[in-house]
Design a protein around this ligand. Sequence first.
Ligand code: MG
Ligand code: MG
Length: 281
Amino acid sequence: MTGLFSSGDDSKKVFYKTDDEIELIRQSCLIVSKTLAHVGSMLKPGVTGKEIDRAAEELIRDHGGRPAFKGYHDFPATLCVSFNDIVVHGIPSNREFREDDIVSVDCGVELNGYYGDAAFTFPFTAVQPEVMELLSVTYGSLYKGIEQAVVGHRIGDIAFAIQDFAERKHGYGVVRELVGHGVGRSLHEEPEVPNYGKRGKGMVMREGLVIAIEPMVNLGVKEVYQAQDGWTIHTRDRKASAHYEHSVAVRKNKADVLSDHNYILEAVKNNPALQIISPKS
Ligand code: MG
Ligand code: MG
């Protein structure tokens, strides 16, 4: 889930984590990764958001975790399921998936008091090359951001790297209203991690900072609007939007990626209803 509501959170303090705490966050992230992989294996035309949501909650609880989104500011479900022109925060519904859909699935888990958060956009088989390129670039922009998540760099370095790749290099619209965030003791902590900004600006990152980096990138214009339900975010021009997210611990030379997309990529590879997707470098 993105940091749309972070300004309402109860603390403006950055919590730096010990190595032990980072391992606990990694365990929560592992359940998130397994849940997204399980969902990825279930996806086919005719399946609904509600069905994958039910399966996700069951898997999380079987692993001893708690769905972190359910009840968060009264969000009604375990997953955010955001297809096509929905950017993020889609509420799982009875709408059946179609073979030309892209579906962003966002999942958060709390285990032993620590939170993990990750998201993946899945493309069905009939998604057009133009939209596949959007997914690949958005996924690539996530890793451009992660490369900057090292001790001594600033939050603005991450923001700039994502925007530079997705917007300046590839001409897409980077969403401004929603941001990544600190994660760990709560689902959303300080600092905010925007996907646009200036190099050398923002907070200096130190060892023990754990953040969720989550570019949201639109095929067309960057502007978005919120639906009547108070959650669902659509692109203003109703064109497609992509979203990929990792939780990462800031380290000295290289970020430690705590969520593991390999589980998801394996599920995608084994699901004939989906197209294989890889990050653009
Ligand atoms: Mg998320
Ligand atoms: Mg998030």
